[in-house]
Design a protein around this ligand. Structure first.
Ligand code: R5P
Length: 292
């Protein structure tokens, strides 16, 4: 049987190493710079620093921002050229997941474009808390979604919160899962997105006076969704608001928008100063299931 080995792209190195430790399998190093400082034109470079011939390689790389997509392709191709027998792609955060439909004639269904090309070298794929689970069917290989909520649940269980809140309809499935893991009640808001930066919530009484509340979402991007929900919670008397997400993109004015929150918690699907929990145990479990 092929030996299991883990390779990490530069976007996901700590998570890839943690996964190799969880699975107690070798981590194969790679180099990402041919010259100190990289190529002057910004092109990516990869070189595997260990053998993978005949092995089952698990390649961990978040496909955000765009240069990390190129790096994924370079690594996957290098792994195949080096003779790996099987390649399982772990895409902790699947960039382009929110472009999952043709909203106007002539548009690319960008999630499908990514899925098609990621599948070129991979035999199977695991990704985490995806924007729309229908995206999995866009992969022409076996593709599975792994929930990142248990990692947040572990944090929330110890965080002494009174209520969990989904900031919109889409996050209800996440908050329900987190609530059952942390043993905490939950509620939700209804959100309307006005543009990429602005959202509006339908006014609703939340019974949060004097309470500590954690907002749970899949993604924090500009922080607009969380900030709007957090302001509503504070206006209704919440004493402490934690912003939690599986994927912390923190783009644009996110840090400023999120100042209304008392604490920000994200997983390591995207490394950031707010990464406080690892999803390595979740991916390790999913891989063991995949291997049977
Ligand atoms: C929306 O469908 C997602 O669940 C998130 O609420 C959204 O992507 C967050 O974006 P932002 O931080 O820019 O409001």
């Amino acid at each position: 049987m092929a030996a299991l080995k883990v390779v990490g792209g530069s976007a996901s190195l700590p998570l890839a190493r943690a996964l190799a430790r969880e699975l107690a399998v070798p981590f194969v190093d790679a180099s990402f710079e041919k010259h100190p400082g990289g190529f002057p034109d910004g092109e990516r470079y990869v070189r595997l620093l260990g053998p993978v011939a005949g092995d089952h390689v698990v390649l961990v790389q978040t496909t955000h921002p765009d240069p990390n997509i190129v790096e994924y392709f370079l690594l996957a191709d290098a792994i195949r050229d080096a003779g790996a027998r099987r390649l399982t792609a772990i895409i902790p955060y699947f960039g382009y997941g929110r472009q999952d439909k043709r909203f106007a004639e002539g548009e690319a269904v960008s999630a499908k474009t990514l899925a098609k090309h990621i599948a070129l070298d991979a035999d199977d794929l695991l990704t985490m808390t995806i924007h729309n689970p229908d995206i999995l069917a866009m992969f022409p290989i076996r593709a599975r979604e792994v929930s990142g909520v248990p990692a947040l649940g572990r944090y929330l269980k110890a965080a002494d919160v009174d209520l969990l809140l989904a900031p919109d309809d889409g996050a209800v499935r996440l908050v329900q899962e987190a609530a059952s893991l942390a043993g905490t009640p939950y509620d939700h808001l209804d959100k309307e997105r006005l543009d990429s930066y602005t959202v509006r919530v339908t006014p609703k009484e939340l019974k949060v006076k004097g309470r500590s509340v954690a907002i749970v979402d899949d993604v924090i991007s500009t922080g607009g969704t969380i900030a709007t929900a957090a302001k509503e919670l504070k206006a209704q008397g919440a004493t402490r608001v934690l912003a939690t997400c599986v994927h912390g993109l923190f783009v644009g004015r996110a840090e400023e928008n999120l100042k209304v929150c008392d604490e920000i918690v994200a997983t390591d699907t995207i490394a950031s100063p707010h990464t406080k929990v690892s999803v390595a145990p979740e991916f390790a479990r999913a891989l063991r299931e995949l291997l049977g």
